[in-house]
Design a protein around this ligand. Structure first.
Ligand code: PLP
Length: 524
């Protein structure tokens, strides 16, 4: 059985073994509080100092400050608060200041939401203005030029998390030239993937996040240009030079440091040339697998590690389920919106036709990806293409179920209906006549053989259950039937439906293959 292939690195990454080691060290031998003046404290303090120095070299911070924090959402928050407080101060002093808060239309939601929030909390009454992007995801510099005379703060990103589109930061800087506008650049997706030399630019604030580059979740940093205004978001014990109070997340900082150290040493991560070569190979395999595929960002203007594509007639959901069943994890857009059935605002802002937005899939690997993993991914993608050709998504395929089992009912705790892995193993042992039913779509069922191995189950997609209901009800008298799917949603509805039709011994695998797939017997 093949292992999973994780290609959703723009959402988050696995933690680098060296980072795990550094975190463990920070929680064991070097557990001290960096504010303490004894030896244990001094040791911890020296860890932070080293990580800060390494970060400063890597991003070219020059005289600028680096403040460790909990991640990019906090960094964005601090930058927005700082800029808005500075604008308020200028106003109070009667100095000229613009009235517009300008942000790129494809920014992470943390940017627009914090601009709106702090504008309201501080009662500044500034106007938020979305800066449009072109079809390639690049900011419209002509529009920016018209906004700049009245802009107080501009927020753009270095590279987009959904499409990988790389911004023209030099172009933006040229438009801002000669103005007093404050400028934040979200550098989350740039670290380790694009060269950075922040002090040589006029960027005032640059947030970074550890978990997007092999450090754990809950650690990040904010670069603040020397001389740029900074208002702490957290006040208290005066840590981080009074700029961000709260005892430092030493495990996180040490782990982040191990990643930054690896970047500096240039030994762990692939070179840009290698990453581009990997991407080309994945592109080829996708083109072979899915004729007619379109890439939603021109490759020459995208991060080497991000692909956003759409396949005609195959919805994102279809491709995601197909890949997931084959053990390849990709996403339809940002992780924050993965659970919301909405079209991506990023692709909408780029003006893509609706079919491309609704069929969009993001595939993202990271700089630590190796050759073997790329080879496995390409091979499995090609085989997914073969499955998709055999079993096209049925026209108007719908997961609407004609049985009366609603989601709420299926969620409800029906006594004994929800099985965990151990319950299933016990039931399998007791009932040799137990029938396992995979209620995923046929392409997902077929693709399972490519990843985790085919399951010893019959396949009755949920939408076809009504047709098969009579047969299932008659089946082996009252033999138990256990339904399963990817997450346990569809299978709960199927089990409830069977029960509603009088078959008491209907169950489902709670948490689905994602949580308890190991308990399902494989085809021999
Ligand atoms: N900015 C971008 C471009 C991102 O991709 C993310 C992550 O989703 C964030 C900001 C927020 O980062 P964090 O999860 O560290 O708060």
């Amino acid at each position: 059985m093949n292992s999973d292939i994780y290609l959703d690195n723009n959402a988050t990454t696995a933690v680098l073994p060296a980072a795990v080691k550094a975190a463990v060290q920070a929680m064991t031998a070097s557990f001290g509080n960096p504010s303490s003046t004894h030896t244990a404290g001094l040791r911890a303090k020296s860890v932070i100092d080293k990580v800060r120095a390494s970060a400063a070299r890597l991003i070219g911070a020059g005289e600028g400050r680096i403040v460790f924090n909990s991640g990019a959402t906090e960094g964005i928050q601090t930058a927005v608060l700082s800029a808005l407080c500075a604008i308020r101060q200028r106003r109070a002093e009667g100095l000229p200041t613009g009235s517009l808060l300008v942000y790129g239309a494809t920014e992470h939601k943390a940017v627009s939401e914090s601009l709106a929030y702090w504008n309201q909390v501080l009662e500044l009454n500034l106007s938020l203005r979305k800066l449009p992007v072109d079809a390639e995801g690049r900011h419209d510099l002509e529009v920016l030029r018209t906004l700049v005379p009245d802009a107080a703060f501009v927020c753009t990103m270095a590279a987009n998390n959904e499409t990988g589109a790389i911004s023209d930061l030099d172009g933006i800087a040229a438009v801002l030239d000669g103005t007093a506008v404050l400028w934040m650049v979200d550098c989350v997706q740039a670290l380790g993937k694009l060269p950075l030399n922040l002090a040589s630019t006029r960027i005032d604030y640059a947030p970074f996040s550890g978990h997007k580059l092999y450090a754990p979740k809950g650690v990040g940093m904010l670069y603040v240009r020397a001389g740029a205004p900074l208002t702490p978001l957290m006040i208290g014990g005066g840590q981080e030079g009074g700029l961000r109070s709260g005892t430092e997340n030493m495990a996180g900082i040490a782990a982040f440091g191990a990643v930054l150290g690896a970047l500096e040493e240039n030994s762990t991560f692939r070179s840009h040339a290698e990453l581009y070569e990997y991407r080309d190979r994945i592109v080829l395999s996708l083109c072979d697998a899915f004729p007619g595929i379109v890439f939603n960002t021109p490759l020459e203007n995208a991060l080497p590690t991000t692909l956003n594509f759409s396949v005609p007639d195959l919805s994102s959901g279809f491709v995601l389920d197909l890949f997931d069943a084959a053990g390849i994890q990709v996403s339809a857009g940002s992780a924050c919106s993965a659970s919301k059935a909405q079209l991506s605002y990023v692709l909408e802002a780029m003006g893509l036709p609706e079919w491309r937005a609704s069929n969009a899939v993001r595939l993202s690997f990271g700089p630590a990806t190796d050759e073997a993993m790329v080879a496995r991914a390409c091979e499995r993608i090609r085989r997914c293409g073969a499955v998709a050709r055999l079993i096209r998504a049925p026209a108007n395929a719908s997961k609407d179920f004609v049985c009366s089992a609603s989601d709420e009912l299926a969620d409800a705790s029906v006594t004994g209906m929800h099985l965990d892995a151990a319950d299933l193993a016990a039931l399998l042992q007791k009932h040799s006549d137990l029938l396992l039913v995979d209620v995923r779509e046929s392409h997902e069922h077929a693709a399972s053989a490519l990843g985790r191995g085919g399951y010893a189950a019959i396949n009755v997609p949920l939408a076809s259950l009504p047709d098969e209901l009579a047969g299932l009800l008659e089946l082996n008298g009252r033999a138990p039937v256990v339904f399963f799917c990817r997450s346990g949603n569809r299978s709960a509805r199927a089990a409830l439906c069977l029960r509603q039709h009088g078959h008491e011994a209907a169950y489902h695998l709670a948490g689905g293959i994602a949580l308890s797939g190991g308990a399902l017997p494989l085809k021999v």
